[in-house]
Design a protein around this ligand. Sequence first.
Ligand SMILES: *[C@@H]1O[C@H](CO)[C@@H](O)[C@H](O)[C@H]1NC(C)=O
Ligand SMILES: *[C@@H]1O[C@H](CO)[C@@H](O)[C@H](O)[C@H]1NC(C)=O
Ligand SMILES: *[C@@H]1O[C@H](CO)[C@@H](O)[C@H](O)[C@H]1NC(C)=O
Length: 363
Amino acid sequence: MAKLSKNGHAAITITLLFFTVAAVVADSLPPPAALVPAIIAFGDSTVDVGNNNYILNSTFKANFPPYGRDFKNHKATGRFCNGKIVTDITADTLGFTSYVPPYLSPEVTGDNLLLGANFASAGSGYFDGTSNLYNAISLSQQLKYYKEYQSKLAKVVGSTKASSILSNALYILSTGSGDFVQNYFINPNLYKSKSPSEFSSLLVGIFSNVINELYKLGARKVGVTSLPPLGCLPATIQKYGHRRGECISRLNDYARDFNTKLEAAVNSSSRLFPELRIVIFDIYKPLYDLATAPTKHGFVEARRDCCGTGTVETRYAICKANELNGTCRNATGYVFWDGVHPSEAANNVLADSFLMQGIKLIV
Ligand SMILES: *[C@@H]1O[C@H](CO)[C@@H](O)[C@H](O)[C@H]1NC(C)=O
Ligand SMILES: *[C@@H]1O[C@H](CO)[C@@H](O)[C@H](O)[C@H]1NC(C)=O
Ligand SMILES: *[C@@H]1O[C@H](CO)[C@@H](O)[C@H](O)[C@H]1NC(C)=O
């Protein structure tokens, strides 16, 4: 008995001590830290948070209404969505209380460098030739910016702290749809000289080089998105579909072929770099499920996009500036916001599945 109560007392003392220390620490420190120190994003319009606003002649911009209609302060930031993109939702889930500004923004300085960086640019692809068609920031330029970011960060926090942030950061790479939709499908120089499978191999080769490069530069936690079902996007169905309203299986086959090659490349990178944690954030399956059986998932519309882009030109598959009339009243039931980009509601579904797939990056 005596022994028990003595232990019990010790336990209570330790518990009290713990709470006292915790309280003192909580008083003197900022709010609880996020699960990773920083998020660093590369890619295309799926993750662009407004870099293209700073490129005068970039083809694709989303810094006008109706973009951002359901975002904080209804602001059109340059995100290709009515509300949050997947990386915003992921940042929320990981405990961040603010979003990283686009890297080209003048706000990217001082303490704003600490929570990560976003280099993504709408119109960009794995293949620099794709980016060049649309005056987007190519992936190789995004890597150059990343190196510049590393030295800026080291100047702010010192090189030891900087390398700790950079090796614990979550890296997200989301690109590749544009290489097909905005380039291969419409570019005779490519589709006459390469089969879709050869083109996929070329892109995945670039992906592997990018991973090598990022690893050398200190990245250790990487999530790469797979290609979406390219044949289920409102823009491709409108342009290439024969029977209105059905996904185009040929285009989906190209995406699945790319995704298989991507998976093989991810597997090789894992073998090559044992310290690298790398996962595929699969977009294909969840978006295919939404696009083919929307009502099963609480959606009402998967063929028409909410903002009513309405022209046959894929390159104009984004919302028309200030055209509010054709825009649906409530995007919550729509899988697609514009001709190629999911709505915030669909992004919530994608982000949920990313989280399941990305657990090993954050524990
Ligand atoms: C777009 O601007 C960049 C510099 O900002 C320039 O290098 C490029 O040639 C321009 N492209 C076109 C098509 O005007
Ligand atoms: C990648 O590795 C996983 C797990 O080892 C395996 O199940 C999968 O078949 C591999 N994929 C490819 C395309 O090699
Ligand atoms: C929008 O639609 C969803 C279901 O699709 C519904 O739950 C929600 O209440 C609607 N919001 C408004 C403001 O009508």
